[in-house]
Design a protein around this ligand. Sequence first.
Ligand code: ATP
Ligand code: F6P
Length: 479
Amino acid sequence: YKADLARTPQGDFMRPTSGRRRSSRSANGVGVQVEDTRICVVMVGLPARGKSLIAQKLVRYLGWLSITAKCFNVGNYRRTNTPQPNASFFDFSNKEGERLRRAAAQAAVDDMCKWFKLPGNLIAILDATNSTKERRRWIKDRCDREGIETLFVESKCDDEELIMSNIREVKLTSPDYKGQDPEEAAQDFRNRIMMYERVYETLDEDESDLTYCKVIDVGAQVIINRLQDYLQSRVVYYLMNLHIKPRSIWISRHGESMFNLSGQIGGDANISDRGEMYARKLPELVKQSAGDLPLTVWTSTLKRTAQTSRFLPYEKLAWKALDELDSGVCDGLTYADIEKEYPQDFKARDADKYNYRYLGGESYRDVVIRLEPIIMELERSENILIVTHQAVLRCIYAYFMGSSQEKSPWMEVPLHCLIKLTPRAYGTQEERIHADVPAVSTWREKGSKAVHADTPESSRIGSPVLAGQGKLNVPVLKV
Ligand code: ATP
Ligand code: F6P
């Protein structure tokens, strides 16, 4: 398939121009014709139903796939510097409250329509309760006039215990309740929900002309109506796979390999003696971090990840999609060899590492695309430990942490280090656990040839305080 295609300067493959292809269209590498589709995802649901969480995850996921998306949160348009109103503001018989809330919705929709006029902006998420049929019709009519598709996404959930825990987990830290007594704030939020319940209308057969997806009880049931195109189904498929059970994902590179020692890239080498030491230590590190939690280990199909995970006492699954970025004709070379043999390519990769595709191989962008099923499966799963490779790990990390395409390919991920990622309400918490088994550093700084040398002692183990406690943890919290 690849052989039929020409390479663009960015490394993207282009189909030979056919009579049917409009030259003005541009593809973003994930199969989306940029000028074809603009979608407003309209969130629907009572307060504390996870709408903002869904909206933020969707923006992160789409961004990771190079689909430009933005969330417009109506609550942020409503908030002013004056003291925040209490629940009675949300009483639908409160005319002034109603006027201000409508004005906030209007301002958010206006900004969204402006945003859609910029090229490449594909998906907006309108995050508000949008709790009445009248409000939803108003949004649909406006979007229709602007030539924007609408996809309504309702989160419906009546589990009292879950709602209360949502309130405790996220609502009490909302700017609406800054500095307030948590008990009073929780009661006020409960009252706010009651105000909305009085007028709330779920999506039903009266709105059968709308495109919608109704997610009931966090995905226990999903009702889909009138999906129209590929991008909409992709969004819906992602939403169908989300769950909110507490869990973590651990990611590690394989133990140091013989190729790491010689500075060669790619290949399918065995692990070194020090790599073997890491493999033997890994079960202890995982136990220290995960306790007795059940988990599944995912590896690539390359020897070094299987060797690294062979002492782990868990079920294992090998994925081809987790194999290292294919370096094509450069496979088996050192960075110095590449600079000598392919000087132009060496420069081009430094100039745009995310998009640069090795001759006969892959780019970071390609890896992200092949990792999509992995991400989808990760979203569906609970505790997973992934033993993989530098570039692949960077791409998975970028999904969870929302790292930019400029930065993620340059991220330093040392060998012999276990990274624990824990999804939280509005972000991902990160913890790094260093094994204190020496290894070379395979990190290459932009512009350098980087000889693979041993990492300095200081970057392998934790700070003196933590090391003094007999632990090798270096917790890094990024939420
Ligand atoms: P508001 O209308 O007040 O902005 P919201 O619906 O946007 O509320 P979030 O702020 O997103 O609610 O609430 C986040 C909480 O909802 C998290 O604790 C998350 O675990 C939980 N949550 C996520 N998805 C769902 C879901 N589908 N149903 C119920 N709760 C969910
Ligand atoms: O109550 C939750 C909330 O997000 C408010 O912060 C915001 O003002 C409101 O919903 C927006 O939704 P509506 O469309 O009902 O005005």
